[in-house]
Design a protein around this ligand. Structure first.
Ligand code: BJW
Length: 232
């Protein structure tokens, strides 16, 4: 099969070997809480200090981690692939862009972005956020929240993502459990539109049976090998 257009979906597993915790593993984020119970606008309204503390700690952690071999291989593919390529990440860390990926969408937002609920502006945010931050755009205090897509909110750039999936010849899913929609449904759209589908994950994901091929192992080993094959 001739491959020209590629869509790659990544999840927390691609950053695990950089030292960032996944969501649903034994050492997952939010120990003692289900992520579905705390990553919601309602949870933020109920206890903003708790939610800010969680995201402030994760934003601070970015300063001590580096992209791994999987991020670097995907950036190499982005730089060398002559056809269309779109890397859609569910991750809110900045490791793909630090590795050099350019054709990238953060569908669940970014740790280093803030969003003012008073004026609607989004802006780069590197420091701790807390409850009393003021908006750099309108100056209002108390309305700044992490620019993160929580449960019940619409992921970013869905039109662009869906169009790329409908046009792709190869859909690849890396390091995601397939527990969260709409990302978990991308493989079905890709299949329906005739794309070949490949999963690379430490273990078979929930939707593993939907893929033409499922490779199991650490992303830092599987992804560079797959990129080498594709570019050779
Ligand atoms: C390795 C590895 C290594 C480890 N190498 N692999 C009922 C049915 C269907 C849907 C719904 C439903 N009720 C509600 C919904 C919708 C809801 C949803 O999906 N809920 C589920 C709980 C069922 N979704 C939403 O609300 C979304 N919005 C929405 O649907 O809007 C409406 C809409 C309609 C139509 C079209 C479009 C939209 C919003 C979802 C927001 C998710 N937000 C979070 C948190 C915020 C970000 C943050 O704080 O970081 O995003 S939840 C959390 O899960 C985070 C992740 O991005 C997301 C996915 O997790 P991921 O990446 O898969 O991580 P893990 O930990 O689950 O898996 C890691 C995998 O890696 C594992 O398999 C490991 O084995 C593997 N791994 N090490 C390779 N070294």
């Amino acid at each position: 099969m001739d491959i020209r257009n590629i869509v790659i979906l990544t999840g927390a597993g691609v950053s695990a070997e950089s030292g960032l915790a996944t969501f649903r593993g034994p050492d997952g984020l939010w120990e003692g809480h289900r992520v579905e119970d705390v990553c919601t606008p309602e949870a933020f309204a109920r206890d903003p200090a708790l939610v800010h503390a969680f995201y402030d700690a994760r934003r601070a952690k970015l300063g001590s981690v580096e992209p791994n071999a999987a991020h670097r291989a995907l950036a190499r593919l982005d730089g060398q692939w002559p056809g269309d390529l779109l890397l859609v990440t569910q991750n809110v860390d900045d490791l793909h862009e630090r590795a050099g990926s350019k054709r990238l969408i953060h569908m669940h937002g970014e740790l280093k972005s803030g969003w003012c609920l008073a004026c609607g502006e989004r802006f780069r945010w590197e420091a701790a956020m807390g409850e009393q931050s003021s908006c750099p755009s309108c100056g209002s205090v108390g309305g700044v929240r992490p620019d993160i897509v929580w449960f019940g909110e619409m992921p970013y750039q869905m039109d662009r993502i869906e169009e790329a999936i409908r046009r792709c010849d190869l859909f690849v899913s890396i390091g995601t459990s397939g527990a969260v929609y709409p990302a978990a449904g991308f493989v079905q759209t890709a299949r329906y539109c005739g794309a070949r589908t490949l999963e690379m994950n430490l273990e078979p994901s929930l939707g593993s049976y939907l893929f033409d091929e499922s490779r199991t192992g650490p992303a830092s080993e599987l992804v560079p090998r797959w990129v080498d094959d594709l570019l050779s």
